[in-house]
Design a protein. Structure first.
Length: 193
């Protein structure tokens, strides 16, 4: 059912039909979400830009990988259930906040990021470069989870996300995603990890 939120924007459940930030979803994830109504891809109004989401199977369990298009900062939500998928925007915001806190970012910056991400719309993927980086990240996640933790049941996901975001990525000029994120949020080049 299409409704209007408190800011007068059209929405279906948690998804805005026309949001300030776009979550670009892979076909596999869109199918799992029940093929929701999508908005046209456009430049975001927020400083961090849009995000990409992909549904992965790790150790035979569904997981969602979220990746920022500008910084490739990523986080994985393991052991996803139908309830998580119904509220993907809420799951995204909650886990983004938890991961930024685990990175030690100041609460003022985290609050600003959360304010910038209040209106989330869905769209198809639009960048092959981001998708290629996400494929590389998915491989890294699977490797770390299976070889360092012995499977998905034993992981400490915030530690895994932190480790993956300290991997050099060629698509962002051989920076670590955490460095690119901090530079975008603070305007200052951060020390290498």
């Amino acid at each position: 059912m299409v409704t209007r939120n408190t800011r007068g924007k059209l929405s279906i459940g948690s998804f805005l039909l026309f949001g300030d930030m776009i979550l670009h979803c892979t076909q596999k994830l869109l199918k799992e979400l029940g093929n929701p109504t999508l908005q046209p891809a456009e430049e975001p109004a927020t400083g961090l830009g849009n995000w990409y989401a992909n549904l992965l199977a790790v150790d035979r369990r569904k997981c969602i990988l979220f990746t920022n298009e500008k910084t490739l900062y990523s986080f994985l939500i393991p052991k996803v259930r139908k309830e998580n998928l119904k509220n993907i925007a809420d799951e995204f915001l909650l886990n983004l906040s938890l991961n930024l806190q685990a990175e030690g970012l100041p609460i003022a910056i985290i609050s600003r990021v959360m304010r910038d991400h209040t209106d989330i719309g869905l769209a198809k993927t639009a960048s092959k470069q981001v998708l290629g980086s996400m494929n590389e990240l998915a491989f890294q996640y699977k490797y770390v989870i299976m070889n360092h933790f012995g499977g998905i049941e034993n992981i400490r996901i915030l530690a895994v996300n932190k480790e993956i975001n300290r991997t050099i990525m060629g698509a962002i000029k051989y920076l670590h995603p955490i460095e690119a994120l901090l530079e975008l949020l603070t305007g200052e080049r951060q020390q290498r990890y």
